[in-house]
Design a protein around this ligand. Structure first.
Ligand SMILES: [Mn+2]
Length: 317
């Protein structure tokens, strides 16, 4: 189809309807959603948190939101596979731009993220966050838990992120420890998928290790997630290093032996019964990427998260 408009991110006249910008041109918001700070009449918000100062190994995820937005241009005006619908036919989704942070004052970062996330959630919108390193999920969980109570954490990751935390350090490897300590998540209803490292604590969270995921079908993984969360309000966090480095080389702490993007996307597709109250995609680090492999994977995971939300809305859930 020839394009009938361009720069949908700022020329769109309403917040619904798919864009028809050429893949190679036009302003690069996430999936060409309108860039705006207005939260009126908004069903879902996509925004970026370009923060990587809590990274233990290779930095660079501050460029993640830009890379994911750019890669999302590949989703054109067609119905989005596998949902077979224009996700934006009835669901108004905006790109809120990025979280304002002071690079010289990182101790203020958690409060700044929590404050801006809370403002978004207060509008009633569903919030999808593009990271950034995995530290950002802690203040995001604080904002969500203030609204929904303790959440079932569904974490796709190569790492448990339960490392020691003294409450002051900024570490992308301890957000789960903090979330348990602060009562933001319910460990008994939480689950981690794709883990292939060891950390000192699991806090009773169920783990599907990499080798188990290798032996399981996507349907088995999804049904395990659904039964373990058992209808609880859930937060879905997707560390791109869950995927094998073959499918996501552009990340700071890659671990061999992970699942394919095909298997994990097939798993996500089956999570329509999960009561998702918020979601993020983190740890995309384009400096280590090749041919946008990782950015495309991250953008696709983010699109699936919106797709699951659109399915739930359409089903009246
Ligand atoms: Mn992580």
């Amino acid at each position: 189809m020839p394009s009938t408009s361009i720069d949908h991110a700022f020329t769109a006249t309403n917040l619904t309807s798919a864009a028809s910008d050429p893949t190679f041109a036009g302003a690069l918001s996430f999936m060409r959603r309108r860039f705006t700070k207005s939260l009126e009449e908004v069903d879902a918000v996509v925004w970026g948190i370009p923060f990587d100062a809590a990274t233990s190994n290779r930095p660079g995820t501050r460029f993640g939101p830009q890379a994911i937005r750019r890669a999302s241009a590949i989703f054109d005006n067609d119905p989005q596979y596998p949902f077979n619908r224009d996700l934006f036919a009835e669901m108004s989704v905006i790109d809120y731009g990025d979280c304002l942070l002071d690079y010289g004052n990182h101790q203020e970062t958690p409060a700044a993220i929590e404050r801006q996330a809370t403002a978004i959630l207060d509008s009633g919108a569903f919030m999808l966050t593009l990271g950034g390193d995995h530290f950002i999920t802690w203040p995001l969980l604080k904002a969500h838990a203030a609204k929904h109570g303790p959440l079932a954490l569904v974490q796709f990751d190569a790492h448990q992120d339960t490392w020691f935390d003294d409450g002051r350090r900024l570490d992308h490897g301890s957000f789960v420890a903090r979330a348990v300590r602060d009562g933001l998540i319910d460990p008994d209803r939480s689950i981690q998928i794709g883990i292939r490292t060891h950390a000192p604590d699991d806090f009773g969270i169920q783990i599907l290790y990499g080798h188990q995921v290798e032996d399981m079908s996507a349907a088995d993984i999804a049904s395990t997630i659904i039964s373990h969360t058992n209808g609880a309000p859930a937060y879905l966090t997707f560390d791109i290093d869950c995927l094998d480095p073959a499918y996501a080389p552009g990340t700071g702490t890659p671990v061999a032996g992970g699942p394919s993007s095909a298997k994990i996307l097939s798993t996500l597709q089956r999570l329509d019964q999960l009561d998702i109250r918020g979601a993020d995609v983190v740890e995309v680090s384009p400096a280590y990427d090749h041919a946008d492999i990782t950015a495309i994977a991250g953008a696709t995971v983010a699109m699936y998260m919106l797709g699951l939300h659109a399915e739930r809305r359409a089903a009246g859930r």
